[in-house]
Design a protein. Structure first.
Length: 253
């Protein structure tokens, strides 16, 4: 009986070397995440070599396997070469891939996440600075997978928030009004500028978000809040964050 083959599009999120020449590849598709084996891909003569680069958007053919499916063909649709030319863009791309792998578990969210991821990788190739794109993707990904923080109404009482809101609660799941401040004595005080950026990246399309100019100290606080939020939901550290921070500091110096 012949192999059962199927085709799909996918974005390469992760690669792990196994054995002498194989790789296990994590792929984001519109129908969910796939872990597939790319046999012999690290051999120079492999037909798959060069067509399964990290962050590439590919047309794939796979054979159904017993433990995991096997990649038999890959054609790059978009390589996002610009991400490989500048260190800060590369680090941003790795950050996007790791966040996606960390947070996406439900197939119901895969199609939306796939669209968001492609839009984000394309934007990272063209924007002048990557920060607002990364804030937007983190917030939109959290929304897609069911971890949307509350930024419109108080996370405790539901009262509509205004510019006087100053506290972010990881425990309660978002911003607190002044009356509910005592509900979390460890709530983080945030400036109005940080609150505005959080709302912008939650509400606005990416094309609008990239037009905002934000001070470095506000970016730093938004990164801190969103990373802690992601780690609280996933119970995992974001390993690529340190690399991203290092190259961002170099880029700013």
């Amino acid at each position: 009986m012949g192999e059962r083959l199927y085709r799909c599009e996918g974005i390469i999120l992760k690669r792990i070397d196994v054995g002498e020449a194989d790789r296990i590849v994590t792929i984001l598709t519109p129908n969910g995440k796939i872990q597939a084996t790319a046999r012999g891909v690290r051999k120079t003569a492999s037909k798959l070599s060069g067509h399964l680069e990290l962050l590439s958007h590919c047309q794939l053919q796979l054979a159904v396997g017993k433990q995991r499916d096997v990649l038999t063909q890959s054609i790059a649709i978009e390589r996002f070469d610009t991400l490989q030319l500048e260190l800060v863009r590369m680090a941003a791309g790795y950050y996007v891939a790791e966040l996606t792998d960390m947070l996406l578990a439900d197939e119901d969210a895969a199609a939306q996440t796939y669209t968001l991821c492609l839009e984000t990788l394309r934007a990272l190739c063209t924007v002048q600075t990557v920060d607002m794109v990364l804030h937007w993707y983190t917030m939109q990904l959290c929304d897609a997978v069911g971890y949307r923080p509350q930024l419109t109404e108080c996370a405790v009482c539901g009262q509509t928030l205004d510019s006087t809101a100053q506290l972010w609660s990881f425990v309660q799941g978002g911003m607190l009004c002044a009356d509910c401040a005592r509900s979390d004595i460890q709530a983080m005080r945030v400036s109005l500028s940080v609150f505005k950026v959080l709302r912008i990246v939650q509400r606005e399309p990416l094309a609008t978000v990239v037009g905002y100019t934000v001070p470095a100290d506000v970016h730093a606080m938004v990164y801190q809040i969103l990373r802690r939020w992601v780690m609280r939901q996933s119970e995992r550290a974001i390993r690529s964050a340190a690399f991203l921070d290092d190259v961002r500091r170099q880029d700013l110096s």
